[in-house]
Design a protein around this ligand. Structure first.
Ligand code: PHE
Length: 339
């Protein structure tokens, strides 16, 4: 028995020394120490050992098991380390190779302008709200004091889907929706796409607007002018001046058109401002009390102002883009200048 164990141990030692990979060492482990392994078989044979020899043989078997286990573990550790090392060597990266040029994407100039404008207004305490692009005639026109067959509809040529559904012609329906489901104080800006069947150098059938709306007690035209002046100075530059000219919108009374001094020539007159020094940027006004009443806000207590402008137009003014269609061409030579 004793010899058998010695032989077994030296066999194991040889096999362990020769095991060249993790599979081989595992096989050795199973062969000697596994459930039906050779050493386990010897242990099972202990039953037949005469009682007086049992302690001595038992000790030898246990020692042999410890020795084989330790050898297996050492070899396992050595093989694992060498397999990691060889992997590290074969998978090494040559960091001296020049890298592939990675082209970075960027935001469209209109998106840059939208983000900038939303930033300005949220800093002034406005909330951002959005509404559906497919609108009902009611929210796009009637709630805003433009009844069916009213001549003011001519100001905004419209894509109709059905008699009652249309592609919104401006972002103003969001102001009606907001007033209908909340009470003052209201201070929102709503960016989004709008649609009108126009297509030339300064008009596109799809364009973007941002509308602003403030409703509270005691709101006047002075508040509107103050907000728009702050806005224009932040968006263009500190020297930008603002002027209001009388205009007409059915949903505001009085209505104004707002001009800013030309950001390109600073007001001296140039090609962009057609020599006038001023550029019209938006429409605005004090909300017509009829609109407040239509939307469930008591016009004897509250007043408000609204303004709306086109993003493409502002982008053209800010960056001196001569033709609106360039903004929709997706020409990389143009787009890349903004990133
Ligand atoms: N909704 C108007 C337009 O698209 C702009 C506007 C908004 C004017 C709010 C006044 C007040 O032409």
């Amino acid at each position: 028995m004793e010899n058998r164990i010695k032989e077994l141990t030296s066999n194991a030692e040889l096999l362990i020394a020769n095991a060249s990979d993790l599979n081989a060492i595992n096989e050795v482990r199973v062969r000697f120490l596994g459930k039906s392994g050779e050493l386990t078989a010897v242990l099972k044979g202990m039953r037949d050992v005469p009682v007086e020899q049992k302690p001595m043989i038992g000790k030898i078997v246990n020692e042999a098991r410890d020795i084989i286990t330790a050898m297996v573990e050492d070899k396992l550790a050595a093989l694992t380390a060498s397999s990691i090392n060889s992997k590290l060597q074969s998978e090494s990266i040559d960091i001296t190779l020049s890298s592939k040029k990675c082209k970075k994407g960027g935001l469209h100039p209109c998106s840059i302008v939208v983000n900038e404008i939303l930033n300005i207004f949220t800093n002034l305490g406005f909330q951002v709200k959005q509404g559906p692009e497919v609108e009902t005639d009611f929210f796009n026109f009637q709630a805003l004091n433009i009844p069916l067959d009213h001549p003011a509809r001519e100001m905004q040529d419209t894509f109709y889907i059905t008699d009652d559904l249309l592609l919104r012609t401006h972002t103003s329906p969001v102001q009606a929706r907001t007033m209908m489901d909340s009470q003052p104080p209201i201070r929102i800006v709503n960016p989004g796409k709008v649609y009108r069947p126009d297509d030339d150098a300064t008009h596109s059938p799809m364009f973007q607007q941002i509308e602003g709306l403030v409703v509270d007690k005691g709101i006047t035209l002075c508040d509107l002018k103050g907000i728009l002046e702050t806005f224009a100075k932040t968006l263009f530059n500190e020297k930008t001046k603002t002027r209001l000219r009388p205009s007409f919108f059915p949903f505001t009374e009085p209505s104004v058109e707002v001009d800013v001094t030309c950001a390109v020539c600073g007001g001296k007159g140039c090609r962009i401002c057609k020599g006038t020094g001023w550029i019209e940027i938006l429409g605005a006004g004090i909300i017509n009390p009829k609109v407040l009443d239509n939307c469930g806000i008591d016009s004897t207590i509250y007043s408000g102002f609204a303004f709306g402008f086109g993003i493409e137009r502002i982008t053209m003014i800010k960056y001196g883009v001569p033709d609106m269609r360039i903004l929709f061409d997706n020409d990389n030579r143009f787009l890349k200048q903004f990133n």
